[in-house]
Design a protein around this ligand. Structure first.
Ligand code: CA
Length: 220
């Protein structure tokens, strides 16, 4: 999962950025509204965390532009304390959720998971596929009830494939969701991760569609 963080407060931004990376997300961080618009136009984000008070272009303008373009990117806005009006205007402008500063990072994490779940059309916190269960909150995977050790990037790939069961995802789409701008991308990393996932979860789970990408078939 790849997230865009838009926050001009260096200290707060750094805290959120570090926390989300530790939670296994690929995170790009920009500090003004123009940069946010440019990022959203070029990268396939799964969610945006958007501060409203930003230099150059306000968060509300960024939100307007995103919604105006028809993107259904989930947006969680960050608002300053005591500005009830910001929350109302933000939600009316198409934000999906909000948090008031200062906030708890664990709560932010839980709200992000809830939004991603809703985006994937799921209510249940666990993703199940046959005898495989993936828990986005606990970052754990079980097969037939037994815990399988899945490191963060393998987890991210599995999460995306299960969330998109029945759809082919290209290697580059998986790469884009796995790495932020700052990361070095190893050209055959996706293949290696898939290889490991197959060894742990069964060779038949992830199918290769030659020249196109990878698919997990819809569960029966
Ligand atoms: Ca700000």
């Amino acid at each position: 999962m790849r997230l865009l963080l838009v926050e001009d407060d260096k200290l707060l931004g750094k805290g959120i950025h570090t926390g989300l990376r530790q939670a296994g997300y690929a995170v790009d961080w920009v500090m003004d509204g123009d940069a946010a618009n440019a990022a959203v136009a070029h990268e396939p984000y799964d969610l945006m965390i958007l501060d409203l008070g930003l230099p150059r272009l306000s968060g509300l303008h960024v939100l307007d532009k995103v919604r105006g373009s028809g993107k259904d990117l989930p947006v969680l806005i960050l608002t300053a304390r005591d500005s009830v009006n910001d929350k109302i205007v933000g939600l009316d402008a198409g934000a999906d959720d909000y948090m008031v500063k200062p906030f708890d990072l664990d709560e932010l994490g839980a709200r992000i998971r809830a939004l991603l779940r809703r985006q994937g059309g799921r209510r249940a916190p666990l993703i199940t596929h046959g005898d495989i269960e993936l828990d986005p909150a606990g970052h754990s995977v079980t097969k037939a009830g037994r815990v399988v050790d899945v490191p963060p990037r393998e987890f991210a790939i599995l999460h995306m494939l299960l969330d998109n069961a029945g759809r082919v995802l290209s290697r580059s789409r998986l790469e884009e969701s796995l790495y932020s701008w700052k990361d070095e991308v190893d050209s055959n990393a996706v293949e290696v991760h898939i290889h490991h996932l197959r060894k742990k979860l069964g060779a038949e789970l992830i199918r290769t569609i030659r020249g196109v990408g990878y698919i997990v078939d819809k569960a029966q």
